[in-house]
Design a protein around this ligand. Structure first.
Ligand code: ATP
Length: 435
């Protein structure tokens, strides 16, 4: 059964080295997290899985990696300077600040009844900083609050150099920054996070059909990587929730322990962004179709996901507790592509006689997969550790291996063991891992 309580995952992440509070030796830096040896591998796997589906396995999407620091002109054109704000209210009793749209009722979650809120003020979420040695308005730069603007400002460059034509997409994975009023729920909402975004440029008449296509295929992606369908839903925004430029937005939501929460938004952004940047930069941002002699500004369908939130959802969904040989065990039933390690090589003993063979096997498997190597503790405890960090297969090297050129493969999900010749080990594991 998936984790019922966020603390089950928070504790496991700390105990096993997935995620630590940032700067913990100084008491932590509020709502910031550092990804440890396992978490950094898993987060990378989440992003790689996205790139594999969205770029590698398609012929109509290219990848870019744009700058994080941006000039005010970009965010003036995009509307972020004037509009990217949340409604902020102060509780006059406890003095805490809240996002008005996140309060269930008019009571303050802190001081409950008897509180009074100030009127809502618009609070811009962008982080502002200075570039260069001279302070002043001319040196103001912003840290991007989404990766999307990188795709719009590079539209003409990419069009020219990639030889694509609509429908085609520009994808990007990278950090974004928002000065959130109420960060929280572990890595669900932080001020620094990673996004995985696609801007898909289409002929205007095809926008609705591509919106439908991306809603369906993005939902399927989460299911393909192991989230049970009943823990996911698509929620279409009501008309009064839509941004002024949006012709339709749907969120893919995951059933978090505290309720449904957004993993990804899919929006029909029309030609708003390209037109804004064309106007502000005085550059032509359009497509000329030589076949039809038609010139037009493409419409955009944008699936925008968060890597950290998605990682939390994969962890929560994969978490399980069962009983093996009368002993309770915790197991992360992660998709092999998402698990920090696909394989762990475990020499049964630390004796010198086994080490060379075990290291050789680790080197061979390590050329293809991320492999752990663990020679500490009793073998049973080592299996439990690998179960808890989600490693699909352990390869155990024992004294018989020196005689029969075979090793034991032990499966995470069933704990079943089988003996395999070292010669065919890589092929066998590749078949079982599915890649
Ligand atoms: P929310 O309503 O939760 O603030 P949003 O609708 O503002 O999110 P988008 O602007 O659509 O979010 O960003 C796309 C994705 O980026 C979100 O679905 C989410 O996965 C991720 N994301 C946005 N803000 C944060 C954050 N503060 N921390 C972690 N991930 C975030």
């Amino acid at each position: 059964m998936p984790a019922q309580d966020l603390d089950q995952i928070v504790n496991l992440c700390k105990r096993r080295g997935f995620v630590y509070p940032s700067g913990e030796i100084y008491g932590g830096f509020r709502s910031s997290y550092d990804y440890g040896p396992l978490g950094s591998l898993m987060l990378r796997n989440v992003k790689d899985a996205w790139v594999r589906t969205m770029v590698q396995q398609r012929d109509d999407v290219v990848l870019i990696d744009a700058a994080i620091l941006g000039s005010p002109q970009v965010f003036e054109a995009s509307g972020h300077l004037s509009n990217f704000s949340d409604p902020l209210v102060d509780c006059t009793v406890c003095k805490r600040r809240f996002r008005q749209d996140q309060l269930d009722d008019r009571d303050c979650p802190q001081s409950k009844k008897g509180c009074a809120f100030t009127d809502a003020r618009a609070f811009n979420l962008m982080f502002k900083t200075q570039a260069g040695p001279i302070e002043g308005e001319g040196a103001t730069v912003y840290m991007r609050p989404e990766t999307a603007q990188g795709m719009f400002v590079n539209f003409a460059n990419v069009l020219q150099t990639s030889r694509k034509k609509p429908p085609f997409g520009i994808a990007q994975v990278g950090k974004s920054f928002r000065n959130e009023i109420t960060p929280g729920n572990f890595i669900f909402r932080t001020r620094e996070f990673e996004q995985m975004e696609l801007e898909f440029f289409v002929p205007p008449s095809e926008s609705a059909q591509w919106y439908d296509y991306w809603c369906k295929s993005r939902l399927q992606w989460y299911i393909d990587y192991g989230i049970p369908a009943e823990m996911l839903r698509i929620r279409e925004h009501a008309k009064d929730e839509l941004s002024h430029y949006s012709a339709g937005t749907s969120d893919i939501e995951f059933k978090f322990p505290w309720g449904w929460g957004e993993l990804e938004g899919i929006a029909q952004r029309t030609d708003y962004d390209l037109k804004q940047h064309a106007e502000h930069s005085r550059q032509k941002l359009e497509y000329f179709d030589q076949a039809t002699n038609e010139r037009y500004v493409p419409y955009v369908v944008e699936p925008a996901a968060g890597a950290n939130r998605t990682m939390a959802a994969f962890l929560l969904a994969a978490y399980d507790e069962d009983v093996v040989n009368d002993e309770p065990r915790t197991v992360l039933r992660l998709h092999p592509r998402l698990a920090p390690f696909q394989i762990a090589v475990l020499p049964l003993s630390k004796k010198d006689t086994l080490m060379p063979l075990a290291k050789k096997i680790h080197a061979t498997l390590g050329a293809r997969y991320m492999c752990d190597f663990d020679e500490t503790q009793a073998i049973g405890r080592r299996y439990r550790r690998q179960d808890e960090i989600g490693t699909p297969f352990c390869v155990t090297v024992d004294f018989d291996s020196l005689e029969d050129d075979s090793v034991t493969i032990r499966e995470r999900d069933t704990t079943a063991q089988s003996r395999v010749k070292i010669d065919s080990l890589l092929a066998e594991l590749s078949q079982r891992l599915g890649y």
